[in-house]
Design a protein around this ligand. Sequence first.
Ligand code: CMP
Length: 138
Amino acid sequence: MKERTLSIIKPDGVSRDLIGEVIRRLEAADLKITAMKMIKMTKEQAKGFYRVHEGKPFYESVTRFMSSGPCVVMVLEGEDVIKRYRKLMGATNYKEAEPGTIRREFATDIEKNVVHGSDSQENALFEINYFFSELEIA
Ligand code: CMP
């Protein structure tokens, strides 16, 4: 089924000059980018984005990290794109990620894991609408 997902290149990926590397991998895997921009979230905006994790031990830290510098946010579109992009990213904990995945290759910590991807259609819809209006999606 054709669907959309939200991708974020996190502040560690941007500051370590991994924007091109991540985009190259998306394109090589035929994950189509239909919207893209660079943003810098406030702490409040990061808290809103990660509200599903409110109350978890890492909530304070991840929202501080995500508002610490610029991120690149993108909408990806295609058949089964949520699952395909998650496979390309690898597991949240890079130590458990498959060899060759973005997180296994580049993450330095469970929090500084370079990229984010929606985990379900419901969350993808919320996350895309959090950053993009329909007019900005090609
Ligand atoms: P992400 O896929 O963006 O979703 C939540 C983020 O919180 C996750 O990637 C990590 O960057 C961060 N995080 C930090 N610690 C944990 C943890 N123990 N479990 C899940 N996510 C964590």
